[in-house]
Design a protein around this ligand. Structure first.
Ligand code: MSP
Length: 655
């Protein structure tokens, strides 16, 4: 079995983790779990960075002046309890105050010294304690560190040992050229290449007159600079300096998952340190983007810091556990770019992606299996169209996940979920169940829907491990949990399954539904629409009193969800736009809609709308219009389309 060693950055422990730091750990955990699913022997490392001046300062403020390690012990408990609440599956948790790390730091520092790459000098310049980094004058903005503009950098002049980073510039350039995927995503690589092009200066690797840190093996009056110390954690954890056999097994690391602010340390300084000590550099580094809160940088002092514990047990779904936030962080943010979090958006996505979509699908499939087949379903046929969709989703998922496009991997799984919803709507098992002549077809439909749900749960297992295991159990999957492999995501056209009914996986959030009801009740109910579009005039009191219809009349109107595939203005018409819409049928329909006063055609493509689907086709301006879109407009106002939730597959019945 191939091994895969991945790590996250190790966190400063001067404050508790926030959702931004948690974003990194969750996404790295998704990668670790995906690699296990793909059959790798995975070693996943997380940890804490303790030898920082800020940590020492905080420990002192908290009354731990004589024993900062005791403060770090306390913080370790807080950090690990957050990571456990988020279900992070790390194999090892390192702390830089551990004896194993001291041994590794001293060994590597000595090796670099012996290689002639460390020399004594005097450092004079600015230092940002929050970055724990020396700041060249040219990088300051109005005399302040651009990342920490509220703090004034310190001017320091002290004896330092320097690491000959400049010596490695050419080798680094060659390395970047030979290994284009060494640093992902591409935008980060370009940043570092520009930096290398500009030339490299040697860096300070020690601090004088401090006791908090690992003493230099060749000068006990100085300690190793916190970044030089921290980077070595990745080697420490797999035995460097303490266990050669272990180190030989796991080094080089396959992947460091880190934030975009610290790519220079990981892709320039770290490989050079390793090369200096005669060790191979890491294979790959992924520099993810930053998570913001409501568009602002996450910061405790600004009140924009989100507690990951709260996100793992949100008020609107207190029993749902960490899977909804794990899904949000993975699905809603293009991995590698910055992303945003708000509680409102989180709740909305929970209702759309989990309560209404995946959760509802699981409930429907299990309850239909229960109702029509007493919970026993058996394979019949080869799976047809849904099996093809599942095969395509698996291929897309693998490609995306292998390239760390986690958001696309999740989207591939959701394509299968959407198709399964459409499949159920098209096949209407409740209609098949009415006639025993359809028994074989009903067997096939139930099994195929359950099989598609099973595959979606396998694909989403790295993102939502507990929920997907529960879904697999309910759907009667033969393999679940840690035994699951990517091979199990292939369509299995055989066997018998026993489904297990249960309470809804993700009950709809009440707070969101009350908000939604207000929105829905605001616009007037559409009156019988004038052709060619259902642009509803505002109702009058008389109309509501006299023109009421019976339910049987309403049921004659077939309202369906449709997705706009193409749109173009009709020549010679100020009002009409020609739409090509997907209504879940084999061919898209053409509909002429009188909405040109409200929309440009290009705004419409991709919109999910509602149409009247059983209207007789009408020839208009040389085109046949096949249905009618629903839109509303106030007096003198341009029409606004009635939108449907994007998660609803085309063809879904409305009403
Ligand atoms: N201790 C160093 C890393 C040393 S690794 C050898 C450090 N610590 S940190 O606590 O400041 O940050 C830890 C990680 O969290 C970094 O990768 C950083 O980029 C990431 N993040 C901090 N805030 C973040 C967001 N708001 N969003 C996403 N990641 C964030 O740097």
């Amino acid at each position: 079995m191939s091994r895969y060693y991945l790590t996250t950055a190790i966190d400063y422990v001067n404050s508790r983790p926030h959702l931004g730091t948690a974003y990194e750990k969750v996404t790295a955990d998704v990668i670790a779990r995906y690699k296990r699913l793909a059959g790798f022997d995975v070693h996943f490392l997380m940890g804490n960075d303790e030898h920082s001046q800020n940590v020492f300062k905080k420990a002192t403020e908290e009354g731990f002046h004589n024993n900062p390690v005791a403060y770090c012990d306390r913080m370790e408990k807080q950090f690990t309890s957050v990571w456990k609440a988020l279900n992070c599956s790390y194999n090892d948790f390192i702390r830089t105050t551990q004896p194993r790390h001291r041994a590794a730091v001293q060994k590597l520092a000595q090796a670099a010294y012996d290689a002639g790459d460390i020399y004594e000098g005097v450092y004079e310049g600015w230092y940002c304690v929050s970055c724990e980094a020396f700041k060249p004058e040219k990088d300051l903005v109005d005399g302040k560190c651009p990342i920490h503009p509220t703090l004034t950098p310190e001017w320091i002049r002290e004896k330092n040992y320097f690491f000959r980073l400049s010596k490695y510039r050419d080798r680094l350039l060659k390395h970047f050229e030979a290994q284009p995927s060494f640093l992902e995503p591409e935008i980060r690589r370009n940043e570092i290449l520009r930096l290398l092009d500009a030339g490299l200066e040697d860096i300070s690797m020690s601090r004088a007159g401090q006791s908090w840190g690992v003493p230099l093996p060749f000068d006990a009056d100085s300690v190793v600079y916190v970044w030089f110390d921290a980077l070595i954690n990745y080697a420490t954890a797999v035995g460097y300096g303490t266990d050669d056999a272990q180190f030989a097994k796991w080094w080089p690391a396959d992947l460091h998952v880190i934030g975009k602010d610290i790519t220079r340390f990981h892709t320039v300084v770290w490989p050079a340190m390793l090369w200096s000590a005669g060790i191979e550099g890491p294979r790959q580094v992924f520099g993810h983007g930053w998570l913001h809160y409501g568009g602002q940088r996450m910061s405790k002092s600004l009140g924009t810091s989100v507690d990951p514990m709260e996100a793992a047990a949100p008020k609107f779904a207190p029993d749902a556990g960490p899977d909804p936030i794990r899904l949000y962080l993975t699905k809603e943010i293009t991995y590698g770019s910055d992303g945003d979090f708000t509680w409102e958006r989180f709740e909305e996505r929970y209702n759309v992606d989990l309560a209404n979509n995946f959760g509802n699908l699981v409930s429907r499939v299990v309850s239909m299996a229960d109702k029509y087949r007493a919970g026993r379903i058996a394979a019949a046929g080869d799976g047809g169209r849904l099996a093809d969709v599942a095969g395509a989703a698996l291929t897309r998922y693998r490609t995306a996940m292998d390239a760390f496009a986690l958001h696309e991997g999740v989207a591939a799984a959701y394509e299968l979920i959407d198709a399964t919803n459409g499949f159920i709507a098209d096949n209407a098992p409740w209609k098949l169940a009415k006639d025993s002549a359809n028994a074989a077809r009903l067997d096939a439909v139930l099994f195929e829907a359950a099989e598609a749900v099973r595959i979606a749960a396998v694909l989403l297992q790295p993102v939502m491990p507990s929920s997907c295991d529960e879904i697999l159990r309910r759907i009667g999957a033969p393999v679940t949990g840690a035994a699951l492999r990517l091979g199990h995501a292939a369509w299995q056209p055989s066997g018998e399954r026993t489904t297990v009914a249960g309470a809804p996986m993700w009950p709809r959030s009440e707070t969101a539904s009350s908000r939604r009801e207000i929105i829905v009740s605001e616009p007037a109910a559409p009156a019988p629409p004038p052709a060619p579009t259902a642009v509803a005039p505002a109702p009058t009191e008389a109309a509501t009193a006299d023109a009421r219809i019976g339910i049987e009349d309403f049921l004659k109107v077939e309202l369906k969800v449709a997705r706009v595939r193409a749109a173009e203005a009709m020549p010679k018409s100020k009002k009409l736009i020609r739409l090509l819409v997907d209504v879940g049928e084999p061919e898209p329909r053409t509909i002429l809609a009188g909405i040109a006063e409200g929309y440009q055609p290009e705004q419409l493509v991709g919109k999910t709308i509602v149409i009247v689907a059983n209207l007789k086709p009408r020839p208009m301006m040389g085109t046949e219009s096949n249905g009618m879109v629903l839109a509303a407009s106030g007096p003198g106002q341009p029409p606004i389309l009635v939108a449907a939730d994007d998660s609803l597959p085309p063809g879904t019945r409305v009403g």
